[in-house]
Design a protein. Structure first.
Length: 323
């Protein structure tokens, strides 16, 4: 079995590429290394920009793949609000270039809970209305629609996986989250506690939640990797196209994250309370029953502390990340 992983030097892409490789799958990675890190993936790499249609088509013409897992994308919500055109191009055009060539090849697609917009129910199931409130979510939804239309025309099946908050690092501490600039809560809190970064700003404690801070569903990166493997198996066994949420089903508040990080680092997280961040929904928690039921997927990291512990180990062992 030979699988193409686009964006396989990124945070979730490299975790998935490693997960597949350990299970005997032959993995080819495409990454332009604009966000990804060469050290995140030891195997074969084609350094290629998927926006370059000719280069992409030329490279694919010489290859045969049984399936594709497509991660390559830009992933900052705030940046997408500032640079919407760049996001539409980066998050939709590469999928067009891939699907122009890979007729009939099943695709596992990296989608997002950002496709739902503001929640209307305490937890989000796959049939929740999709009304994204930022360009990032809109581009992910557009890509899902493209895959739907391709499937309806009999041109190839797909699995769209809508992640909640990806977090954590490999259990051995060798691979983890390294964004530049970093905007995510858990790495920022750990870096603040370890004295590697500035104090954390909590984006609002005046929300209508038990402690006033926002609630998210943090899902371990290796649990996302295992879900991609399951979704790929589903497609390769002839399963139908579908969408699945990936989360734990349990929400944690920003204050809970800060307390957990402080406890595991052995020193409190220096922080101050700031205003709300524009575009932040109050609560985002998955209903991931469908993935459990259909894919037999079960997250191994159900407790926030177990997840945060892996991230703390990575930041202690690799203070400069992959740099
Ligand atoms: N957050 C925060 N301070 C920060 C970064 C994030 O209070 O410096 C909060 C943010 O408002 C959200 C949660 O932490 O409620 C998770 O944010 P993150 O950016 O990690 O992921 P998002 O939910 O935006 O995808």
């Amino acid at each position: 079995m030979k699988i193409l992983v686009t964006g396989g030097c990124g945070y979730i892409g490299s975790a998935t590429a490693r997960w597949l490789h350990r299970r005997g799958v032959e993995v080819s990675v495409i990454d332009d290394l604009s966000e990804g890190h060469r050290r995140a993936w030891d195997g074969a790499l084609a350094e290629l920009d998927l926006l370059d249609r000719d280069a992409c088509h030329r490279w694919l013409a010489d290859q045969h793949f049984d399936g594709v897992i497509h991660f390559a994308a830009r992933c900052y919500v705030g940046e997408s609000v500032q640079q919407p055109v760049r996001y539409w191009r980066a998050n939709v055009v590469p999928l067009i270039h891939l699907t122009e060539v890979l007729e009939g090849v099943p695709i596992v697609f990296s989608s997002s809970c950002a496709t739902y917009g503001f929640p209307r129910t305490p937890t989000l199931a796959e049939d929740h209305p999709q009304q994204p409130v930022n360009p990032y979510g809109a581009t992910k939804l557009a890509a899902e629609r493209l895959l739907n239309d391709r499937d309806a025309a009999g041109l190839g099946r797909f699995a769209a996986l809508r992640y909640f908050n990806a977090a954590g690092a490999s259990a051995d501490g060798r691979h983890g989250e390294h964004h530049d600039p970093e905007t995510h809560l858990i790495p920022l809190a750990i870096r603040a506690a370890l004295g590697q970064g500035s104090p954390l700003t909590v984006f609002g404690t005046d929300w209508d939640t038990p402690d006033g801070s926002c609630i998210r569903d943090y899902i371990h990166v290796d649990d996302l990797a295992s879900a991609h493997y399951r979704a790929l198996e589903h497609l390769l066994e002839g399963g139908e196209s579908d969408v699945w949420n990936l989360g734990t089903g349990r929400g944690s508040s920003v204050i809970e994250v800060i307390e957990t990080v402080g406890r595991l680092c052995g020193t409190p997280v220096p922080h101050e309370i700031g205003p709300r961040r524009e575009g932040d929904p109050q609560t985002l928690v998955a209903n991931a029953d469908k993935a459990r039921r259909d894919l037999g997927w079960e997250p191994a990291y159900r407790e926030l502390a177990a997840l945060v512990e892996t991230a703390v180990r990575w930041h202690k062992q690799q203070p400069a990340g992959y740099a």
